[in-house]
Design a protein around this ligand. Structure first.
Ligand code: PLP
Length: 449
């Protein structure tokens, strides 16, 4: 049966849209039920870090299922979850001795919001209930994390039910915000300085936590912070006793070439949320890495974090993540991400930088972005009404390429980019195919505007 929008009983992401049915996956490729192949150059949304159909991950899941699929964490722990926590804390920046396992990125960030609040409360800082995040950011779709997200289009219908105790500062986005007379480092300090201004505006005793994506994913398209930006953010957070939470749901777990993306920034935050690449799509799993001093407050205080979901620490999900992470470690894939990532970025630059509508090519490791402009000199974007991102997504998929375009790049409204996040095992010979298909899709879409 061919599934169409009319005969499907699934509540789709988008109505009036026919989705091909994914039948199987193999390495960097997905195949639909008609046999058509798609090069998965974004892992969906930076998820499939090991590609599809990895036999070792599948075997690990099956072996776990043969032992135990699920035992509720209010009654039991299990060996696999313990081993994964050990694996992650061994490799995290110093001082992260505990991991709280969840099922998705939104849950991990919601958990960080609540943990920040409870730790402040247990330290006697009852006034601290305000959160600061950044414009053009995405932290999730629950009411709490959408409130954090600086994503006007997704927020719009829900504004009246979003949390009022959250404000936003500018992202660190040099391509658009760096002044001509300042160095990248000076710009980074100026951008970070906005946090101090906002903390003082809200009230220095009122802020619980600051949230930022270490490398901004879907909303900006792989934008790295200016050098020194996060060190200055850390200094400001310390000065005002504000917890620094880095959202590495997309950028973490090796995507940028480091297991934790913040390792490249020379900072240690208070919490790190990780998700997509943790289980590589083989199981839904996320986690919140928590620094020891926060854990200690709860442990020696109330003794319990007032939180929990049914599926936290799920053994099957943890078995998939443990297998994914062991493979990345044993096969030295982080080094490969750095090498192949640099190569993909080089080929993108060779092929696309002269294009009249390509404004910027950026990113780190295998987390890359291309920003489109109507005019290269003025950086004027295409109007939102042109629907460049949506058309590029559709055209690329027709051309057998899965990539991740989005709009609102400039100010949450106008501007378009495409994000690329191919698997760490992307074959070298697939790089040209990736860039060929992307270039052709861009020409097909932008050639008409
Ligand atoms: N944080 C970031 C940076 C994300 O990119 C996403 C999802 O794309 C989320 C949080 C939310 O994760 P999930 O969709 O798993 O809830």
């Amino acid at each position: 049966m061919v599934l169409t929008a009319n005969n499907s009983r699934v509540f789709p992401r988008q109505f009036n849209h026919d989705y091909p049915s994914a039948a199987r996956g193999e390495g960097a490729y997905l195949f639909d039920t008609t046999g058509k192949a798609y090069l998965d150059a974004s892992g969906g949304a930076a998820v499939s870090c090991l590609g599809h159909g990895h036999p070792r991950v599948i075997a690990a899941i099956k072996a776990q299922l043969d032992k135990i699929a699920f035992a509720h964490t209010s009654f039991f722990t299990n060996e696999t979850t313990e081993e994964l926590a050990q694996f992650l804390t061994d490799r995290a920046p110093a001082g992260f001795g505990r991991v709280y396992f969840l099922s998705g990125g939104s849950e991990a960030n919601d958990t960080a919001m609540k943990l920040a609040r409870q730790v402040h409360l247990e330290r006697g800082h009852v006034e601290r209930s305000h959160y600061i995040a950044r414009h053009q950011s995405y932290h999730g779709n629950t009411v709490g994390t959408l409130s954090l997200s600086g994503y006007p289009a997704r927020r719009a219908p829900f504004e009246p039910i979003l949390l009022p105790n959250i404000s936003h500062i500018a992202p660190c986005y040099a391509y658009r915000h760096q002044h001509g007379d300042e160095s990248l480092e000076q710009y980074g300090l100026r951008a970070a300085g906005e946090l101090e201004i906002e903390i003082l505006r809200v009230g220095p005793d009122k802020v619980a936590a600051f949230f930022a994506e270490t490398v901004v994913g879907s909303t900006l398209g792989a934008v790295c912070a200016a050098p020194g930006y996060f060190r200055e953010i850390r200094r400001i957070c310390d000065k005002y006793d504000v917890f620094m939470v880095l959202d590495e749901v997309m950028s973490g777990m090796g995507r940028t070439g480091n297991l934790f993306a913040c390792l490249a920034e020379g900072v240690v935050p208070d919490m790190i949320s990780i998700a997509k690449g943790l289980g590589g799509g083989y199981q839904p799993i996320s986690a919140l890495m928590v620094r020891d001093d926060l854990v200690e407050t709860i442990e020696s205080g109330s003794g319990a974090f007032m939180h929990g979901h049914t599926y936290i620490g799920h053994a099957t999900a943890c078995s998939a993540a443990l297998a994914v992470q062991k493979i990345i470690d044993e096969e030295n894939l982080l080094e490969r991400v750095q090498r192949i990532g640099a190569r993909v970025q080089d080929v993108l630059v060779q092929r696309l930088s002269a294009h009249q509508h390509v404004g910027d090519i950026r990113g780190r490791g295998l987390f890359l972005g291309v920003e489109f402009v109507q005019d290269k000199v003025t950086k004027r974007p295409f109007p939102r009404a042109n629907k460049i991102a949506a058309r590029l997504k559709k055209t690329a998929q027709e051309n057998g390429l899965i990539c991740y375009p989005d709009c609102g790049t400039v100010d949450g409204k106008d501007g378009d980019h495409v994000m690329l996040a191919p698997p760490f095992i992307l074959p070298e010979e697939a790089i040209d195919e990736l860039v060929d298909k992307l270039a052709r899709s861009i020409d097909q879409v932008l050639g008409m505007d």
